[in-house]
Design a protein around this ligand. Sequence first.
Ligand SMILES: [Zn+2]
Length: 286
Amino acid sequence: MQVTDHIHLLKIPFRLSAGPGITVERFVNCFLIYGSEICLVDAGVAGAEEAVFSYLHRTGRKPDEIGALVLTHAHPDHLGAATTIQEATGCTVIAHLAERAWIEDVDLQARERPVPDFHTLVAGSVAVDRFVEGGDTVHIDGGLDLAVLHTPGHSPGSISLHLPADGALITGDAVPLPRDLPVYDDAAASVRSIRSLMEVPDVTHLLASWDDPRSGGEVSQTLADGLLVIRRFHEAVLRAGAGEETCRRVIEDLGLPAFVLPVVVRTCRAHLAVGDSADIICENSR
Ligand SMILES: [Zn+2]
């Protein structure tokens, strides 16, 4: 559906296994920006090219008019059909340098971030033709300029895209939603990124990957809600994860001496703050 003067939203449904016999229905939004050429923001899961191409035909456009595919980040629901779409259209693939390894080597991503059904969701690796960072511009033929904002936290190279001509801000997965699972590698960076999105002037449409389009007063509310989600989750983790009782359970599970010292509580807390370094700790113990 058309959501602003130049932007069309395409909702791509998919399924995830969440344990034996449990399937979760999800969706991801891709965005098509119509200039004299077309810029596609995010590729959806493997097979999404069918929905993208048929939408283009229905709206009087053609797949080979896609000049650029911008990936907000490397995760499977954004990258899945990228290789197929690139092969079919010859488009330029654009992403932040910090996402390169996982975009260009999906087996590496599957090992380092083993999302269920990874290889069903992702058709394959794709080469990035152009790297962008915050402050860069993606020109779309037809006089449209897309400003790149670096909004890390959800992933190191997550980017958001601002189309001033439409008052539109495309945020990928940078803003966590109330009532959904918060997903980010770096909570503090997520907070800083959301605050930077709040500084973007004259945004009338907020377009995220996992949310319905937000407009008018909903824009600032949705960004504020994202900050609140992170704060609440942080407080809950600290309450549940670093408390003495949780620590006692951890100690029992590991068969360690059955008493809890404040320094051991601190150790639990240190583990909670490990974030991306968890892999390093596990590897060292092998
Ligand atoms: Zn993501």
